[in-house]
Design a protein around this ligand. Structure first.
Ligand code: CA
Length: 388
């Protein structure tokens, strides 16, 4: 891999790493190759579901430093159940019952669950601020990247970037002005110095007056640290899907089978043409306050759209295919494997975000999943917790 340093806003080394896999898929063009000429022939009449939020979200750099501090310290069960709903024990068919899913959603299979409590909303900025105030926790995006860890994932001899380039940063969404190659996520994701949960769109943004919005720009490691502090934990993928279904069986969405665009507005997603024209007919062009849309049958909000939500489970595309008979309280595969980036362990995220569009990705389908490295924070990703 050739490291190319580009100055497109503050698009630095890590973002180049993040988009490598995508570019390998799309004829090995680097960012420099994504010129106007190269995208002029894009056929938008046949978009793929890999285009926006399903298969090629950018990532930080996949290093897992800091995770050791989370081991053996879970204090689950000490949580307040305020703001949570109890999901009764039962069984359900996990995975896609229709033909709209991707390979990792099949086969649908029987799962038996114990009861558990789950946050009725995504964790908000106010809640995360209380955690930071109490613990002085510093999120991944606020930390100076550790070159010693990064270089382990690069070819030997890769030169060290300048100190200027090794600054705290995170991935922000920057809508392009017009149509772009939808297989090139660098067209709308930027590695932005100073972006963090307190500055989700970059250093000039802030969360004042947005206390009731879901926290974003938090990594899996950050989310797990919050959960531990709250006496909770991240949901397993099975818990998340069981809760998201709201008691309905084999339906496409948390509200049933009615198409997203029909009837009442149901979730915060993307209307118009992704990624440059959001008509925001749902009322929001970015993250929406929690409880802006109707709850599902279990009283849970935003189980579709708004922000992707971290789960506890590792990602493997073939996980469901290896299951035999009914599983009980499954905790996902023992390890992670993403064929697009085999060397990067990834966790499952669920629910879709404000960037999901019916023509492209349908991440808000109740069985749809994405994956991301544990150190990645994104402007469209947050989490909620569960407890006993
Ligand atoms: Ca929206």
């Amino acid at each position: 891999m050739t490291i190319i340093f580009m100055k497109r806003e503050l698009l630095y080394l890590f973002f180049m790493l993040a988009i490598t896999a995508c570019n390998q898929k799309s004829d090995k063009k680097g960012l420099a190759g994504a010129t106007a000429d190269s995208v002029a022939g894009v056929d938008h009449s046949n978009p793929t579901d890999s285009a926006c939020c399903n298969s090629n979200l950018p990532k930080r750099y996949g290093a897992v430093t800091g995770i050791e501090t989370l081991a053996g310290t879970e204090k689950e069960g000490l949580a307040s159940h305020q703001g949570m709903k109890f999901i009764p024990a039962g069984s359900f068919r996990m995975g896609a019952a229709d033909k709209e899913g991707r390979r990792d959603e099949y086969p649908a299979h029987d799962v038996k669950m114990d009861g558990f409590w789950i946050d009725e909303t995504e964790v908000t900025n106010a809640q995360f601020a209380a955690f930071v105030k109490a613990t002085h926790y510093v999120t991944q995006a606020e930390q100076k990247p550790d070159w010693e860890e990064i270089k382990k994932q690069l070819p030997p001899g890769t030169p060290k970037p300048s100190e200027e380039q090794l600054q705290p940063a995170s991935l922000t969404f920057s809508p392009p002005k017009g149509r772009v190659d939808i297989n090139d996520v660098s067209q709308w994701w930027s590695w932005t110095a100073g972006a963090s949960w307190k500055h989700p769109q970059g250093p000039k943004s802030n969360i004042k007056g947005k206390e009731n919005l879901p926290v974003t720009q938090v990594s899996w490691i950050d989310a797990t640290a919050y959960a531990k502090w709250a006496g909770k934990r991240l949901p397993t993928e099975a818990e998340w899907e069981y809760a998201a279904r709201g008691g309905l069986r084999e339906k496409k969405y948390p509200w049933g089978d009615e198409d997203l665009a029909s009837g009442k507005v149901k979730a915060n997603t993307w209307q118009g043409e992704f990624p440059y024209s959001d008509k925001k007919t749902d009322g929001y062009s970015s993250v929406a306050p929690v409880k802006s849309f109707a709850a599902n049958g279990y009283g849970l909000y935003d189980m579709a759209g708004n922000v992707w939500e971290w789960t506890a489970d590792w990602y493997r595309e073939d996980y469901y295919q290896g299951l035999k008979g009914q599983t009980v309280n499954p905790k996902g595969p023992k390890d992670s494997y993403d064929a697009a980036e085999p060397g990067i362990p990834k966790k499952v995220i669920r629910g879709g975000s404000f960037m999901c569009h019916s023509s492209y990705c349908k991440g808000y389908r109740v069985t749809s999943k994405m994956k991301s490295s544990m150190d990645t924070g994104l402007e469209n990703t947050g989490f909620r917790c569960v407890s006993k």
